[in-house]
Design a protein around this ligand. Structure first.
Ligand SMILES: CC(C)(COP(=O)(O)OP(=O)(O)OC[C@H]1O[C@@H](n2cnc3c(N)ncnc32)[C@H](O)[C@@H]1OP(=O)(O)O)[C@@H](O)C(=O)NCCC(=O)NCCS
Length: 150
């Protein structure tokens, strides 16, 4: 079953939070909240891209969110967050399609580079970036300062 890719809108927030709670990589990052997703959609409505279908758990004909990716554009580079695909829809090309959509958006806004952070022991995460033409930068370290509870 092919998926439809589309930007998220405020009506999707509950479905997005449910997708991330059940299907995303959730360690070592700030908690997802309604307010945070709403603020993200308000700030950059094209950044959160959803993969949806009309089969499976939600019932025949009902749209279900099966995957997501955030491609953030800060005017300098594009950084990707929250790539997630429902377990029952994995290894069907959904992740690859979301990454292609993120890359398309990055090119459209004029970004010269796109990057993603993946936990070192997340084998499927590492594999999907490798499979889609990303290279690991072993000579960099990430430095982080939480500003609230992140
Ligand atoms: C990582 C994730 C998004 C991949 O989504 P997906 O829809 O299954 O990916 P695709 O079907 O598009 O896979 C594309 C390619 O990536 C590689 N790949 C993806 N998952 C893999 C796995 N579990 N093991 C090995 N290779 C994998 C393969 O090369 C695959 O091509 P193939 O199926 O023809 O062999 C999904 O497993 C997921 O949501 N995981 C939990 C959340 C997460 O870890 N997100 C990434 C954080 S950055």
């Amino acid at each position: 079953m092919p998926v439809t890719l589309r930007p998220a809108h405020p009506d999707d927030i509950d479905a997005v939070l449910e997708l991330w709670a059940t299907s995303a990589e959730n360690r070592s990052r700030p908690a997802d909240t309604r307010a945070a997703v709403a603020a993200q959609l308000d700030r950059d409505p094209a950044a959160l891209i959803l993969a949806t279908d009309r089969a499976g758990g939600a019932g025949p004909g009902v749209e279900q969110v099966v995957g997501s990716i955030i491609v953030g554009w800060d005017g300098w580079r594009c950084h990707v967050y929250r790539l997630a695909v429902r377990p029952e829809r994995r290894r069907q090309g959904v992740g690859q399609a979301l990454i292609a959509a993120a890359e398309q958006r990055a090119r459209a806004v004029g970004a010269t580079r796109i990057d993603a952070m993946v936990l070192a022991d997340n084998d499927s995460g590492q594999a999907v970036w490798r499979a889609t033409g990303f290279d690991q930068q072993a000579d960099w370290r990430r430095w982080v300062k939480p500003l609230r509870d992140g």
